[in-house]
Unconditional design. Structure first.
Length: 202
């Protein structure tokens, strides 16, 4: 799996199928999106994930760090990054775009993000998200906008409903709640792997 950490590293891109998100837990809901992207390889598209390398750190945290001049304690990821990358690759992802999340990025309007980043920079021909996906300045972009812009920018949008477990939406937040409750049976059920993950147990 190729990893790009800077837009300057992006040259002429082959057509891609892209999904966007933190993918912090790589739970069953995430896996559905990732497998859909990977399946687009049959169409000649490069299976791609767009995410942020500091996804678990908020802009407010970074501003506090800048004001104080002291580095804040980093928030622990739900899943060690090496395992997260391993899962992405095993699920068929061939390109990971992992960019620093900045205030400038947070201020990008939703249509600009679609046009300038997904279409122009990443050459996206298929975009895959979950039903609750939000993006762009003030999280104004959503599934309706991505659907509406398909014809204008020449991509296909595929949206998937959230996976459920006992009628509860599967999410990283739910996974963290189960972890805090030490409910490892239900946690493994929504993740699709035992937590904490240990590849030596495979």
């Amino acid at each position: 799996m190729r990893i790009i950490n800077d837009f300057k590293q992006i040259g002429s891109m082959r057509p891609t199928a892209v999904t966007i998100g933190k993918f912090e837990a790589v739970h069953k809901g995430h896996r559905k999106l990732l497998r859909e992207v990977a399946s687009c390889k049959k169409q000649g598209l490069v299976p791609t994930v767009f995410t942020f390398k500091n996804a678990s750190v908020s802009l407010e945290d970074k501003e506090q760090e800048n004001r104080s001049g002291h580095a804040l304690k980093k928030k622990k990821r739900f899943l060690e990054n090496a395992y997260r990358l391993k899962f992405l690759e095993e699920l068929g992802i061939e390109l990971l775009i992992e960019i620093e999340f900045t205030k400038e990025f947070a201020d990008v309007m939703p249509e600009e993000f679609v046009r300038d980043i997904l279409v122009d920079r990443l050459n996206a021909k298929v975009i895959v998200t979950g039903e609750n996906f939000k993006f762009g300045k003030d999280r104004l972009g959503d599934k309706e906008l991505l659907s509406d812009l398909q014809e204008k920018y020449g991509y296909e949008y595929r949206m998937f409903d959230m996976e459920k477990y006992h009628n509860i939406n599967i999410s990283t937040t739910y996974a963290k709640e189960l972890l805090n409750e030490h409910n490892f049976a239900d946690l493994a059920a929504i993740l699709g792997y035992e937590y904490p993950y240990n590849e030596n147990e495979e």
